[in-house]
Design a protein around this ligand. Structure first.
Ligand SMILES: Cc1cc2nc3c(=O)[nH]c(=O)nc-3n(C[C@H](O)[C@H](O)[C@H](O)COP(=O)(O)OP(=O)(O)OC[C@H]3O[C@@H](n4cnc5c(N)ncnc54)[C@H](O)[C@@H]3O)c2cc1C
Length: 395
């Protein structure tokens, strides 16, 4: 079996299949797994546990307890449960650790192997062709190429649409004045229209600072670090060590993640939390299912669409309600004017959000929190107030 891309999704699928006795080759275009990196590296401890992952200390940069949400006018609320909720990892080292686990299980990871085309037999995917012309026939391909989705389209599936891909820019700084256990999220049309900006502490005054927005992410980030008061006060002594761009996905998964001869995993399938763009945990969970289904299909020599579709049914059964709820919330937040966002943050106490999060908060599967909030009649009043500040054109 061939897996395209040595990101978390491809590697988790590869390990799962290799553990079950499948012969697996992972093809990664870059010289080194994990580089260049583009991620903020914030991963929930509960999510990692559900994937059976305990990253070694060499990969972990920090632990965080909660998040402070800043409204456009500078009001803020702290959401936390008094316990370590998440790890901040060095994503390059994290991916390399996942690659080691996959190779320990028997998979082969080949770097500098750029897949330029899919081989086809009729409409079915039948392997890959590398940029150097090498052809690699394979009865089954797992596509973990990330957010670009070029090969998804070539397979005849619909990739993540452009409108759901937000440009992002992130810098790593030294000398930040931040609470080392709290992630900061900044909302507002000037800072990050359509999404938010963040500061993720790495310990010892180091931090990852980023913006994803509808456009001009880099300019917005550099502006906000200097001029947006809640960011400026935390960053005025900071020096930038390096910066890098990326693409954050904010939509729903693609309509079909399975076709003849191919399963699509991770960002390529759009399996991400629309509220934060985070895809390592949920995308990884779905990818593990892909590894299992792929093994079952290849070992029983039943590569029918019906057998492969078990992947699609299983991951949707597990995650689609949460993904849908997070998508709706993201669309509403993106459409709120600054005034509406200010009102929403101001009504957090009234809605009892902090205690709902304490009871049933889950960083990855936010559907439960959203459903519980909707059971509170005050939510409708807050929503009605906020709806007066929705820009309908943005919905
Ligand atoms: C700025 C930013 C911050 C983020 N922060 C977080 C966060 O804090 N937490 C979180 O969970 N998620 C975060 N994400 C999202 C997260 O990075 C993705 O969801 C995750 O990396 C998806 O994993 P993947 O394996 O699907 O794809 P990727 O990690 O993108 O891996 C795809 C791999 O495939 C390779 N590849 C692509 N095309 C080919 C080809 N044709 N041939 C061979 N190899 C190929 C690529 O080189 C890459 O190594 C962030 C994203 C961005 C942009």
């Amino acid at each position: 079996m061939v897996v395209i891309g040595a990101g978390p999704a491809g590697l988790l699928a590869a390990r799962e299949a290799a553990l079950r006795g499948c012969s697996v080759l992972v093809l990664e275009e870059h010289k080194e797994v994990g580089r260049p990196d583009h991620c903020a590296g914030l991963l929930s401890t509960s999510g990692l546990a559900t994937l059976g992952l305990r990253p070694p200390s060499s990969v972990i940069q920090n632990h965080v307890k909660g998040a402070r949400i800043h409204s456009p006018s500078g009001h803020s609320i702290l959401i936390e449960r008094g316990q370590r909720e998440a790890l901040v990892v060095d994503r390059a080292l994290f991916d390399q650790w996942l690659a080691e686990r996959a190779t320990d299980a028997g998979a082969v990871v080949r770097v500098e192997a750029h897949v330029s085309r899919l081989l086809k037999r009729g409409r079915a995917v039948a392997g890959v062709r590398l940029r150097d012309g090498t052809e690699m026939p394979s009865r089954l391909v797992i596509d973990g190429e990330g957010s670009r989705g070029v090969l998804v389209r070539e397979a005849g599936l619909l990739p993540v649409p452009k409108r759901n891909r937000l440009p992002a820019y992130q810098v790593e700084v030294r000398g930040a004045n931040v609470d080392e256990e709290v992630v900061q999220m900044f909302y507002g049309r000037r800072v990050a229209p359509g999404f938010f900006a963040w500061i993720i502490p790495l310990g010892d005054g180091r931090a990852r600072v980023g913006v994803a927005a509808k456009s001009r992410a880099r300019q917005r980030l550099l502006w906000a670090m200097k001029h947006h008061p809640p960011m400026r006060t935390r960053l005025e002594q900071a020096t930038i060590e390096r910066g890098y761009g990326g693409v954050v996905l904010v939509g729903m998964p693609i309509p079909r993640t399975v076709t003849h001869g191919m399963l699509v995993v991770g960002d390529a399938a759009g399996i991400v939390k629309a509220t934060t763009g985070g895809g390592v945990i949920i995308g990884g969970g779905a990818a593990i299912i892909a590894g299992r289904v792929a093994t079952k299909a290849t070992r029983s020599a039943d590569l029918s669409l019906k057998t492969l579709a078990e992947y699609e049914h299983s991951w949707r059964a597990l995650y689609i309600r949460d993904l849908r709820a997070m998508y709706v919330v993201q669309r509403l937040l993106a459409a709120l004017t600054d005034r509406g966002m200010d009102e929403l943050v101001a009504s957090v106490d009234e809605l009892g959000l902090v205690s709902v999060v304490r009871q049933s908060g889950d960083m990855d599967r936010q559907g439960r929190v959203i459903a519980q909030l909707l059971r509170n009649p005050k939510s409708y009043l807050a929503a009605l107030r906020a709806i007066g500040h929705v820009n309908l054109a943005q919905l």
